[in-house]
Structure formats: structure tokens, C-alpha cells
Ligand binder design. Sequence first.
Ligand code: FUB
Length: 316
Amino acid sequence: MIKRCVFALGLAASALAQAANPIVTNIFTADPAALVDNGRVYLYVGKDEAPEGGKDYVMNEWRVYSSCDMKKWQDHGSPLRYSTFTWAGRDAWASDIVKRNGKYYFYSTVDHKTIPGKAIGVAVSDSPTGPFVDARGTALVTNDMTKETSILWDDIDPAVFVDDDGQAYLYWGNTVMKYAKLKPNMTEIDGPIHTVGLEAFTEAAYLHKHKGTYYLSYSRHFPEETVVMTGPSATGPWSFGGVIMEKNSNVKTIHQAIVDFNGKSYIFYHNGKLPTGGEFRRSAAVEELRYGADGKILPVAQTAEGPAANPSPGCK
Ligand code: FUB
């Protein structure tokens, strides 16, 4: 009832007080990325702007929300658009963010103006809520740097992981998963681009580490389901670890991000469950994620309730 009132009134939502999934109900939000910083969790999404019945993505900007308990979310507006990258022509697609040396590096998919195809840019800010500026003035990855497939959208969906020894890695791809080391400045590729053969890999590669094990999750098949591989290092070798989340009913994509927050683990994803939602009108959601005694990630069901409130001490 509370959710319905907020939606119907169309509130500006500067201080959303949602209690369930989807997290945001006044706009459509897709491709969640998440960051935990100073006891607060930040959620970054692309805004799906396609009209009802639209036949393609319309995505111009990313938006940021944050929470102290995974239940009540605050709207921080839009800290950057595809046009933050002057070399980009359209498409604020999937992103990821990492904090390094006191700065926040936001990696994102956009369409390149002059090098045909999708590209990956990196923006930087002194704050998790922005504003962000282009950290390079050029793309970090362009379609002509990778030759494994002839499609124009194989260089999408960046995910960044910084290992305990300080080495940062960038993972990305559609159809073929690629990874490369990043230099300590976080804005340059260091060394060769590697490809990894993953069964029925579609997109949304994501790397996280839990109790010494490396987990590489990704979207498999199309329509997509979220699966996970496990390994002894950030570069594998990888063993199949099971299906984490079953495919959506009315959206072919699902795009996950996994973080630890206040002693628990969580998976963000998107679905089409908001009224008039669907393929190009998606909604970010979150669930608690649990590990078995053997370290295996247990399957996660999508719920309307979302996770229980988990107030983070000291979070203001
Ligand atoms: O939102 C556009 C694209 O759809 C993303 O880059 C993919 O992960 C899929 O969700």
C-alpha cells in the first residue's frame, strides 16, 4: 500500500522509503552495480527510458541510491550520463564501481561515436554519489581492440575486482568473456587482454571473493540465468558452481552484482515486475545471498519482500 501511494503520487523520491522489491518504483532501473563504503551500500543503475511498447533500450544516464539497512533507499540523483564521455554517442549501459586510493572509479558501457561498437569508459569522483568526470578523455576499451567475435556489442558490462595484493582486474564481454589487469592508476589496461571460455556465456561477468574463494558469476544463455564459477585465483581455473538465480519471466536479461554488507551477503539483479515493466523497462531488486557450509552459493529466489532490514551501525 505504501509503495503504491509513492508510485501513484509520483514523488520526486529524494528520500525514498521503500520496504520491498523492486527497490525503485518511480522510474525503471537496470543493470545494478553496488559498492559498500563507510557502512553504507550504494546502488548504481542505468535508467530505462523506453516508452511502453518500445522495441529497444533507451538509456541516457546512470542513477545512484544508497541505504543504511538494505531496506530504506535514498535517491542521490544522476551523477553522470553517457555524454559525460564526450567520445560516446549514446547508451548508458551496464557499469561497475570500485574505490581506490580515496577515489571512486566508475566503469561503464557506452556506444562509441567514431569507433563502431560498444566501448568501456572510466569516470572518477571524490564521492560515491559523484559528480563523476571522464578519467581519461578516451575509451579504456573499444570494439577494435578485441577480435574474437564480429558483433558490435561484445565489449560491454565491465566489472572490476581489486585483489588482496592490490592487483586490479577488469572483466567484461558479451558472447566471449575477457579480462585484463589494470594499472594501479585504474585508468589503463596493463598487459594483454585474455579470453576465457565459459559455457553459454552471454554477459554480466562479475568477480567477488568470499572466505578465500573467488567467485565468477555471469549471465548464461538467453533468456539469461545467473550462474557462478569458483576458483583459487582471480584468473581461475574455474569450476562450475551452480545456478544462482533462475531466468526472469518477462525480461531476457537479469544482470547481477554481489556484495557483503554489515555481516551478510546480497545479490542485486533486475526483473520486469513493475507495472508496465518488461524487456526495456526493467527494475533493480535485491535479495540476501547465502553460502552453504562447503562455500557453494545457494540458489536465490526472487521475492517481493526483499531482504530483512539490516541496520548498519554508525551509518548516517
Ligand atoms: O542494459 C543494457 C544491457 O542489457 C546490459 O549491458 C546487459 O547486461 C543487459 O542487461
